[in-house]
Write a protein that binds this ligand. Sequence first.
Ligand code: ADP
Ligand code: MG
Length: 392
Amino acid sequence: MTVELTALTKSYDIPGGEEIAVNGIDLEVGEDEFVSLVGPSGCGKSTTLRCIAGLETPTSGEIRINGEDVTDTAPNKRGLAMMFQDIALYPHMTVWENIAYPLKVRGVSEDDRHEEATAAAEVMRIADLLDKYPGELSGGQRQRCALARTIVYDPKAFLMDEPLSDLDAKLKVAVRKEIQRVHDRVERPTIYVTHDQAEALSMSDRVAVMNDGELMGIATPDEHYNFPANKFIASFIGNPSMNFVTGQLLSSSDREERSSSGSRAKPGDGTITVEFHDNEIELGATVNEPRSETVEIGFRPEVVDLHADPDEGYFEGTLELIERIGDRRLATIQGPDGEIRAMVPDSYTASEGTQVSVSFDERDAHVFDDGTKNVVGRGRTEGAEITAESSS
Ligand code: ADP
Ligand code: MG
C-alpha cells in the first residue's frame, strides 16, 4: 500500500483574493512507512491530510492510493482510517460497539464482530473497558478506543491529525507508543500531522517539513537534524533551535587574491570559506552553488563553546542568562548578531552579566545562502548528497 501526492494544491477564495493553503506538494509514502507532516500552525498540514481523506477537494493535483487515482473518490470509498484530536466516539454505544462499528457497517456477524473488537481492544490494552460508555473513559482511554476502531477497519492507510494534543505529557508518551505499535503491527502507510517537531522526530521514518503551504523538505529525522536542506528546516528542527550569524562568502581563490573579481565556490570544490567578525572559517563541503555573497552560518547550541578569554572565540557577547532545561543547561548570550544560545555543562561557572567569547565546532556548522535560504556548505561532507527540495 502506498499514498502518493502529485502537485497537490488547495486554495480558498477569501474576501479580497485567495488563500493558498497547500502549494504544489509532491509526496510519496511507501508501504509500511510512518511519515509526519510537521510545520508551524497554518502551514497547510490539516488541509493536506483532509485532501488525502477526501474531506476537501484539491484545486489541482492528484492523489493516488496504491497507484489508483482517488482524487475524485468519495471519502468513504477510499478505505482510509482517520484519527483526529476530537475523537468522534458514539456516546450512546459501549466501547465494544464503538470499536466494532466499522464491521457492523460491513455486515460482519455479531459473533465475529465481538471476536475482532475484543482482539483489537486487547492490542490497545482496554479489554477490561468493553462494556463502558465513552463518557466513563479518560482522554487516553478514548484515544485507545478510537485507535482500536481504526485497527478493525483494516484501512489502506492511517491518517492522523494531532491526535495527542489534548493529552497530558505522560499520556502522550503512552499513546504515542500505542500508535507505533499499531503501525508496526498492521504495516500500512501512516501520515501523522503534528506541529511538534520533537514528536515528529521521535515517531517517524521520514519527516515532511511544511511552511506556508510548501513542502520544505522530506528526510529522515537524522538527516534533517544533521544535514538540514535549508534555513527553515535548520531552525525548525531541534530544540533549542540553531543559531545563525551573517557572513560573507569567500572562495579559496578569493582568499588568495581578494582584489580579483574571482568566482565563488562551486559544488564539488571541496571547501567553502566564510568571513565573519574578522574571522575566516573554512568548511569541508560545498553542497549547492551559492547565489549570494552574503550567507548565514548555522550552528546548534550543542556545538557552541564559551570562553573567558576574548581571543579564543570568534566574537564576544554578554552572558545574559543560564537556565536549566531538563538535564541540560542553556546559556543565552547577547552578541553582535543578536542572541546566541549555548548548551553548557553543570561545571560551567561563569556568572550572568560577564563577557564571554563564542566559538563553535566548524565541523558541525552549516552555511545558508542569504537569498535562497538553501544550504550551500557544510562542515561535514557526509551530507553533500542531501540537497534542497526546491531552489527558488
Ligand atoms: P495547519 O493544519 O498546518 O495548522 P491548515 O491546513 O488548517 O493549517 O490551514 C492552512 C491555511 O489555510 C491557513 O492559513 C488557514 O487559515 C487556511 N484555511 C484552511 N481552511 C480554510 C477555509 N475553509 N477557508 C479559507 N482558508 C482556509
Ligand atoms: Mg491543523
